[in-house]
Design a protein around this ligand. Structure first.
Ligand code: AMP
Length: 114
């Protein structure tokens, strides 16, 4: 099966501004940031979306959430706050079919989102 864009980034086949990586996940700056800080956190495992996650992914998902919080702290966002978003499916605007969490911060974020 052909690799997703984010798999290629995780494997170093496409360049990206990587801010964190470990055996399970990679985080890199979004190419079209919508906030002063906009990082994408992706699992190395090519899960298509949150809807594609299964029971055996529970530990990985927990690792991703804790890692998102650590990255946000590293970016200096812990005190002022930040948002972690997983667009899931077409109505939510998901464009890359590989699970990813947007870590957004550095400005006041509106609620509800558009
Ligand atoms: P989503 O719309 O939730 O699927 O998010 C996909 C995100 O990937 C968008 O915010 C894009 O700007 C971002 N993106 C697409 N291609 C790249 C790339 N080569 N490097 C970094 N971010 C990318």
């Amino acid at each position: 099966m052909e690799k997703t864009l984010f798999e290629k980034i995780a494997d170093g086949e496409i360049p990206a501004d990587i801010v964190y990586q470990d055996a399970q996940c990679v985080a890199f700056r979004d190419i079209a940031p919508v906030a002063p800080q906009h990082v994408l956190l992706v699992p190395r495992k090519p899960i298509p979306s949150l809807s594609g996650a299964v029971g055996e992914d529970a530990e990985l998902l927990g690792h991703l959430m804790l890692t998102a919080a650590q990255i946000a702290e590293h970016l200096g966002l812990k005190e002022q706050g930040y948002r972690v978003v997983a667009n899931t499916g077409s109505a939510a605007g998901q464009t890359v079919p590989h699970l990813h969490f947007h870590i957004l911060g550095g400005r006041t974020l509106e609620w509800p989102p558009g």
